[in-house]
Design a protein around this ligand. Sequence first.
Ligand SMILES: C=C1C[C@]23C[C@@]1(O)CC[C@H]2[C@@]12CC[C@H](O)[C@@](C)(C(=O)O1)[C@H]2[C@@H]3C(=O)O
Ligand SMILES: O=C(O)CCC(=O)C(=O)O
Ligand SMILES: [Fe+2]
Length: 352
Amino acid sequence: MAPEWRAAAAVPAAVLCQGRIPTVDLSAPAGRGELSRQMVRACTERGIFKAVNHGVPPRATARLDAATAAFFARAAPEKQLAGPPDPLGYGSRSIGTNGDVGELEYLILHTNPDAVAHKAKAIDWKDPARFSEVVNEYVEVVRQLACQVLELLGEGLGLSDPTSLSRLITAIDSDSLIRINHYPPSRCTAGDQLKSGGGASIGFGEHTDPQILSVLHANDVDGLQVLLHDVAAGEDVWIQVPPDPSAFFINVGDVLQALTNGTLVSIRHRVMASTNRPRLSTIYFAAPPLHARITALPQTVTAGAPRRYRPFTWAEYKKAMYTLRLSDNRLDLFHIGDGDGAVAGGDDADHE
Ligand SMILES: C=C1C[C@]23C[C@@]1(O)CC[C@H]2[C@@]12CC[C@H](O)[C@@](C)(C(=O)O1)[C@H]2[C@@H]3C(=O)O
Ligand SMILES: O=C(O)CCC(=O)C(=O)O
Ligand SMILES: [Fe+2]
């Protein structure tokens, strides 16, 4: 059964556990059918999994890490030439425009190569072409990984066309983003935390990702936590995700939850800044084109599971999301009230 989500209480009150993030071996030792079942199960029960043997060349991640680490090592006035985030570009501490803050600096880029080339001029004015090439190469390999995952999910969900999810993100006008987060070492040591009652500072506050799928790669510094419902304890618990630079952490976003009528769950997560080494993470947010109409896939709407969300376009969802705070539940705005959900009439995810 899918866990239920609600906003967590104050930061230090959360219970911390380890070891509940499923690992999925993409080399499929048990065969493709078993792989797609494992993936659907992970995304239904947890909303996140760790992908190993994923086939992404280490060179692509190493080159991007080197280029972005060099950028973050620059003096503040130089970095600010690539900001403020509009919402793309360089930002520091402020997240979005509605008052959220975190202990980080970041770059957000649209994955369209023309948009990358444009921003690269402000990010690496000495060699913008090289920066663009490194970003484009990385985007290409993570997009392929995201497509592979969406096709396996499509098969596991029994879609009439298992490519209907992946086609949303390969469209030429897909609105996918790449975000690189740099969390400086925390001034608060483990000893300070114990003295102050355990409160670590927020690197990136709790939220769900709005898009279809998020593909995260990070260095070996921890901080990522996910909120899961512990049925036995009857409460939500923050689970630490042990870092693994050789793996990708793949999570369901709000749009995939809507497309699957709540079968796959968009997981609430956050980053705590509490180590004495910098965390560098890169997230590819796989998104549909702005005009794509998001409506529950027919296979996910049944008499027992009536339609949960009214159809919306990605443009409409984005507009709503930018008016909200990071921790707000955006999908609630599109939730159909009791009694007005329909069983019939859903189309496969369509591009209008
Ligand atoms: C406070 C905000 C930042 C955010 C846009 C928003 O209004 C609500 C969603 C936030 C989020 C979370 C996931 C990604 O990091 C992000 C780029 C996205 O698409 O939605 C951020 C947005 C942002 O930082 O601009
Ligand atoms: O930086 C991280 O590890 C995760 C950040 C995140 O969740 C996001 O940028 O949406
Ligand atoms: Fe996120």
